[in-house]
Ligand binder design. Structure first.
Ligand SMILES: *Cc1c(COP(=O)(O)O)cnc(C)c1O
Length: 398
């Protein structure tokens, strides 16, 4: 189906938002069906269907719906056996959720820098840290500085582009470390032809409002491991062992997704391919019109990647143009255009200051120069032209 331009893009009000949902398919119909049939809560056909569709998209045997992507990450860490005082390697240039999930499990994130070319977790830094920064003792891999056990690797596919996974998978296999993919920003992206999220031992997705498809809020965990899939369902539904007597053998969580939200998710999934096409078209238009501007560098897709350009992000190079990303953000704001920098790298986050970290100069550089531009699925050519004009105006009047 063709995506319609949503009124939420607000071109009539003269404001261009960064990213808004696109509700253009059977959302109303499926949600109404839940309301009409009283299947509004956490059981119901749409939860099962959404899981089936998700597993198919990710290329995995199993998928378990969760209340959000952060909950999926928390459960993923428990499934692979992360325990209190363990360490998990996490991308430092990421939204904070994966690092927080590591702390929920009582473990510590060990932050890894980004690479300069595609801004993803630097696979060579992962290898270097495991080979040089760790030691083996009695069959356990430990961090030389903290002496904590290294228990998993959590690469985050940021902005709709995949991490270079092969070297990470190889070193993970060598040290018997599970790989949990944070694919919350990567739904639909391909790494060497395979769907991200379905490549490591567990993958996590999010259906938050700004993600490529949304349920308002929601998440999913995918895996090929039948025991883990069953365990994930068990842990996300309060670990109920006897549904009649309410016997629980362990501490579970209420991390369920409701049937109403799953219904919305099924409708959104039907439009995923058209959403990705729209994102890629938007990226091409930016590429064609911003590519020659001095001091603006554009995102590049790796040879081994088919990205979604979920969040279209450019680098504003301060030296070349006497510009800077925060000044450009203000300039766009004056044109009623919303833009946003990337996240403060997590190794600099006050919330995670107690963690061990290798040096992360690339993430720090990207943090200071990156700016995400409006890229809603329903972004109109007219609105995109306004963004392009505003950036040209800024760069040429410097
Ligand atoms: C959105 C996101 C999540 C999970 O988000 P929820 O809002 O909990 O669904 C996790 N990691 C990254 C990198 C994200 O961008």
């Amino acid at each position: 189906m063709t995506a319609t331009i949503s009124p939420a893009t607000l071109s009539s009000t003269g404001f261009v938002p960064l990213i808004v949902p696109q509700i253009g398919g059977s959302e109303w119909k499926y949600v109404k069906e839940c309301l009409d049939t009283n299947w509004v809560s956490s059981a119901g056909g749409y939860v099962d269907l959404f899981e089936t569709i998700m597993a198919e998209k990710a290329g995995t045997k199993y998928a378990v719906a969760t209340v959000n992507g952060t909950a999926a990450l928390h459960i993923a860490l428990l499934l692979v056996g992360v325990e209190p005082e363990d360490e998990v390697l996490v991308s430092t240039l990421s939204f904070i959720a994966p690092a927080n999930a590591v702390r929920y499990a009582g473990a510590w994130p060990m932050f890894i820098d980004a690479e300069l070319k595609h801004w993803q977790m630097d696979a060579s830094q992962v290898v270097y840290f495991l080979e040089q920064g760790c030691y083996y003792k009695q069959g356990v891999l430990r961090n030389r500085r903290t002496h904590r056990r290294i228990k998993a690797i959590l690469p985050v596919h940021i902005l709709g582009h995949p991490v270079n996974l092969d070297p990470i998978l190889a070193v993970a296999e060598k040290y018997e470390l599970p790989v949990i993919e944070d694919a919350t920003e990567g739904l639909g992206a391909k790494y060497r032809g395979r769907s991200v999220g379905g490549i490591g031992q567990v993958g996590c997705f999010s259906f938050n409002g700004n993600k490529i498809i949304t349920t308002g809020g929601g998440g999913m965990l995918v895996t090929n491991n039948a025991d883990w899939a069953g365990r994930a369902k068990y842990l996300t539904t309060q670990a109920k062992d006897d549904p009649i007597e309410y016997v629980h053998n362990t501490i579970g969580y209420n991390y369920r997704l409701t049937n109403i939200l799953a219904a919305m998710g099924c409708a959104q999934m039907e439009q995923l391919d058209s959403f990705i096409n729209a994102k890629r078209r938007i990226a091409q238009r930016y590429q064609a019109s911003l590519g020659k501007l001095p001091g603006i560098s554009l995102p590049e897709e790796a040879d081994w990647a088919r990205g979604t350009f979920w969040m279209y992000t450019v680098l504003v190079e301060p030296v070349a143009t006497n510009t800077d990303s925060r000044k450009l953000l203000k300039h766009l704001g004056a044109w009623h255009i919303q833009s946003r920098p990337l996240w403060q790298p997590l190794h600099q986050s006050p919330a995670h200051r107690e963690n061990d970290v290798t040096s992360c100069p690339v993430a720090e550089k990207l943090y200071s120069s990156a700016l995400s531009l409006p890229c809603s699925v329903g972004l109109s050519p007219a609105d995109q032209n306004s963004v392009i004009e505003a950036i040209r105006d800024y760069v040429t009047t410097r």
